[in-house]
Design a protein around this ligand. Sequence first.
Ligand SMILES: [Fe+2]
Length: 271
Amino acid sequence: MKKLLIFTDLHLKDPGETIIGLDPMERFQQGLMHAVAHHPDAARIILTGDLTHYGRTTQFERLKVALGDCPIPVSLMLGNHDSRKGFHNVFPDEPRTAEGFVQQAIDMDGYCLILMDTLDEPAEDLHSGFLCEHRLAWLDQALSEASDRKVIVFTHHPPMLTGFDGMDSIALRNRLDLISRLRKHPQSVQVISGHIHRTISGQVDGIPVSMFKSPCHQMPMCLGPADVHSSVDEPGAYGLILLHPEGPIIHTEDYALTGDLNVDTHGSEHA
Ligand SMILES: [Fe+2]
């Protein structure tokens, strides 16, 4: 059973720059070190967008440095804080579509992992996502080639509302176009997203959706009309997915809580 590790919303800035006093580079490096130490058997790490805070080439270069020694293969995706040009400058060899969208399909252990590019750089609100006709046509083709494999789609912007009104207003604008396509594939088993900076799960029209926290700053747990720019210092986290033949098993790991992980495998008091 293959294992995936998911990091989302790294928001890397330039040296010396912080977010609510947190250093995004330091937090990501802590998380990556934790993940590699405790899950060296992971088949792949997927970074689901907002790799950088301002989309600067210098910030993508810092990501390249952070991933330099990573022994696990890494796949990269874009979010609303990134720039496609800055990304391509630093990662020219990453898979992309003929139109330059950062999308790829990965076959793994009876699954097809489909990584989508929801970044909409011309968005009037600057932060919502969109899947244009090029990207949806590419998805149609990827789904048709997935035949009877289980499909997990990865997007930065979730195709599900969350109850955070401000974030829902900068969601994936045509999210139901994605959901309607997934419903036509008999084994669309899961969507994995970022963007919200909280651990959330639910479903849209029968399609399960899960989101993970950032390694750095999180969304305060204030449902309703809260400011989308408010952030809180809670433990950084990453997601872990087991590709079980019955369907994906999804965990989250708050790595900043576990320290050196002094695990007693014989004296557990859990039921
Ligand atoms: Fe983000």
